[in-house]
Design a protein around this ligand. Structure first.
Ligand code: HPA
Ligand code: ZN
Length: 327
């Protein structure tokens, strides 16, 4: 029987494969840098020289250029969802930052509606997470994203949470306290990318503001107190091994702490982050853990059970997922 998976941390712009890029280019009359798959891959994939999250974030140019119209966004959601479904994913939370899709005049609201439209056209069970962005000029956009999340928030079948993405080393989590305090008081669930390009303190703040989950959190082991906080509060970590390797969130993958966190009883989940520019699948991530870290079938079940528990969806959907995955 083919394996079944859950992906809680996948960026729409980072999940555009060569095949999907060609589709979106054709659909919108956009000429791609190459018609040749291999050459196009070289434009799309993270280069070997990637040294940091900052470098990594520069790889989103081409995919974002293909998602600046309602048609492009809707089709991108559908194609990305269909693609992961074909790879065994049975539930996904797809995230994107509405403010990065306004170059051709769309409003954030139109972007969200286009993504919701794409969601209706796939058979994959999925939900959307709206990303706010770290940055110099994102404050107004972030407020609007939060307002849209309040307006469109559902328990399942649409927008279910917000996030904070972007350059964590340059724009500290503390800059976003007000935004997330307001999200918390409005009852909008959120996850925050933290402990990726910055250390454990970033995770501590995210939890203090009320984050239900942490994007990555791989660097919590820089402070044993934060490890204990995450364990004790059962805050799920959305871990993404290939992404962490590429952004050098962990200098040497021999020291990758995922198994250690699992052994400590931390709620670890395994996700892709950006399967398009990383040129991987979620199955590849699990294979990698099995091959190099002694990750067993029991670990796999634990991680998938954790993912179901951490999902921004209803108890009914969670029960269906547990049943379907025979967990
Ligand atoms: N961190 C922050 N922002 C991002 C990432 C990430 O790993 N992937 C896409 N946007
Ligand atoms: Zn991410």
């Amino acid at each position: 029987m083919a394996e079944k998976y859950i992906d809680l941390h996948m960026h729409l712009d980072g999940s555009i494969t060569v095949e999907i890029a060609k589709n979106l280019g054709e659909l919108q009359g956009i000429t791609l840098p190459s018609q040749d798959d291999e050459e196009l891959g070289r434009h799309l994939y993270v280069p070997e020289e990637c040294e940091s999250l900052n470098d990594f974030l520069n790889c989103f140019g081409l995919p974002l250029a293909l998602m600046q119209t309602e048609k492009g966004i809707s089709e991108a959601v559908r194609l990305v969802a269909d693609n992961v479904q074909a790879q065994g994913v049975i539930y996904a939370e797809i995230r994107f930052a509405p403010q990065l899709h306004m170059r051709k005049g769309l409003t954030q609201e139109k972007v969200v509606l286009a993504a919701l439209d794409g969601m209706k056209k796939t058979d994959l069970k999925c939900n959307l997470i709206l990303c706010c962005m770290r940055g110099d000029d994102s404050a107004e956009g972030n407020k609007e994203t939060l307002e849209l999340a309040k307006k469109y928030l559902v328990k399942d079948g649409g927008v279910v949470a917000i996030d904070l993405a972007g350059a964590e080393a340059l724009y500290p989590t503390s800059d976003y306290e007000e935004l997330f305090r307001e999200a918390a008081s409005a009852g909008v669930p959120f996850t925050i990318h933290a402990g990726e390009a910055a250390g454990a303190d970033s995770v501590k703040l995210a939890i203090e503001y009320g984050a239900a989950r942490i994007g990555h959190g791989v660097r919590i082991n820089e402070d044993p107190e934060v490890v204990e906080l995450v364990r004790e509060k059962k805050i799920p970590l959305e871990m993404c091994p290939t992404s962490n390797r590429m952004t050098k969130a962990v200098q040497n993958m021999k020291d990758y702490p995922l198994m250690d966190y699992l052994d400590k009883g931390i709620v670890v989940t395994v996700n892709t982050d950006d399967m398009g520019i990383e040129n991987i699948t979620l199955a590849d991530e699990f294979d990698y853990l099995e091959k190099y870290f002694g990750f067993t079938d029991e670990h796999r079940k634990t991680v998938l059970r954790n993912a179901v528990g951490a999902a921004f969806t209803t108890e009914k959907v969670k029960a269906d997922l547990i049943r379907e995955m025979k967990l």
